[in-house]
Design a protein around this ligand. Structure first.
Ligand code: HEM
Length: 397
């Protein structure tokens, strides 16, 4: 079998953002290993292939980036950017973050997250419509990261805007890697300096003071640049993605009012419903790697040095893994979807993302048990890494 196929897929084509799933289906059926000549990358779109390749960090490396345009740019990855590192350094850095990013710390955020959702949604009680992204999706994740890091509330919105802007793309272009605050981290520098002198019960303080053994066997605290790297990656990885999740919850439940009613009647179903939204509409569709050694996929050799995309948005809709994968079903046994990755780089914020999805759904349904979407005025946002609603006007019933 060859990789020459009639199906074409351009991940930068914003025309596909509305519904990429028919194209993904064709990729899975007609070109399970796809090669795109224009942007020079390979792509795997079947669940079983992504499940096999993603955990294989040795053959599929993150060290040159996990976003296609970063890999292609040859951008020098700043130290501490663990999402773009490989073992053994990645293992050391990840272990350190796991040590401070504890279930206790995440669990402790629950009442604050609930209070924020209530404060954000209460003003819309009695209205007949509001934009879910403006009210909640665009605000919640950055507030939560701010709570986690100890960033003063007054400054959280400007930090969010800065990070958001750097990863938006226009049609046909990619991330401006030279200007990417996602990587530069300078926005947080002042807070780090301030926190050094004003320790608190927050993750930034812990990062500044935690000792660890580095790759040279030296026991030390993190450098300022390394702390910057961690903090920047946390906010870059956890902001837009979780915001889009909130939007997808709003649109998926509008499109399935019977299932929404079940959640109103039995809120214990909400966690699995959030899991199904994650599977059904992943905020991030692809995970990129660099091929370390020649690899054989579907009878074709993918050469060392090539960029390889794991299309997790397609894998989650693979009927071989999920019967009737295009159907949204809050009762489905979702199991291991690939929206949060798999293997060494599995999303460190998974529990925090789920917590926000669950609480946002609970607080939304408590106040507004029924809504439609004004589809005419809903607007899809596409960045090179994230897909979801920018505007989602809910019509309250
Ligand atoms: C729905 C929301 C989210 C989605 C869809 C998502 C998705 C992902 C994915 C796919 C990866 C793996 C990337 C790779 O393999 O190259 C990842 C890694 C990561 N995520 Fe998330 N994420 C979400 C929320 C969060 C949150 C809330 C945080 C923290 C505040 C976070 C922090 C991280 C970090 C630090 C990594 C890097 C882990 C490593 O490289 O070892 N994420 N995320």
């Amino acid at each position: 079998m060859t990789t020459v196929a009639t199906v074409q897929w351009d991940p930068y084509d914003s025309g596909l953002a509305a519904d990429p799933y028919p194209t993904y289906r064709r990729l899975r059926e007609e070109a399970p290993l796809y090669y795109n000549e224009e942007h020079d990358f390979y792509a795997l779109s079947r669940y079983s292939d992504c499940e096999q390749g993603l955990p294989d960090w040795d053959n599929y490396r993150s060290g040159r980036g996990m976003v296609l345009e970063i890999i292609k740019s040859g951008f020098e990855i700043p130290p501490g950017t663990l999402i773009m590192e490989d073992p053994p350094v990645h293992t050391i850095h990840r272990r350190l973050l796991v040590k401070v990013f504890t279930p206790r710390r995440i669990g402790a955020l629950e009442p604050k997250v609930r209070e924020f959702c209530a404060r954000a949604l209460d003003p819309y009680r009695g209205r007949d419509q509001f934009d879910l992204m403006e009210a909640l999706g665009g605000e919640l994740p950055m507030r939560v990261i701010g709570m986690l890091l100890g960033i003063p509330e007054a400054d959280q919105a400007s930090v969010r805007d800065h990070v958001g802007k750097s990863i938006s793309i226009d049609d046909g272009s990619g991330m401006d890697v030279n200007n990417a605050a996602l990587l530069s981290g300078d926005i947080y520098g002042d807070y780090i300096d301030w926190r050094r002198d004003h320790p608190g019960d927050d993750l930034m303080t812990e990062l500044l003071h935690t000792e660890f053994e580095d790759e040279n066997g030296v026991r030390r605290a993190l450098t300022r640049d390394e702390v910057l790297g961690y903090v920047t990656i946390l906010s870059g990885a956890g902001n837009e993605t979780t915001g889009r999740l909130v939007g997808w919850i709003g649109s998926a439940l509008a499109a399935h009012p019977d299932q929404r009613q079940e959640l109103v009647d039995d809120p214990a179903l909400i966690p699995n419903a959030v899991e199904e939204v994650l599977r059904y509409e992943p905020p991030s569709m692809v995970i990129a790697r660099t091929v370390h050694r020649d690899a054989e996929w579907h009878g074709t050799t993918v050469p060392a040095g090539a960029a390889l995309l794991f299309v997790v948005g397609s894998a989650n809709r693979d009927d071989r893994r999920y019967p009737h994968a295009d159907a949204f079903d809050i009762h489905r046994e979702v199991g291991q979807h690939l929206t949060l990755g798999l293997g060494a780089h599995y999303c460190l914020g998974a529990a925090l993302a789920r917590l926000q999805g669950r609480i946002a759904t609970q607080e939304l349904l408590t106040r507004f048990p029924r809504w439609d979407v004004d589809w005419q005025n809903a607007k899809m946002a596409q960045t090179s890494t994230v897909r979801g609603w920018e505007t989602l006007p809910l019509l309250i019933r």
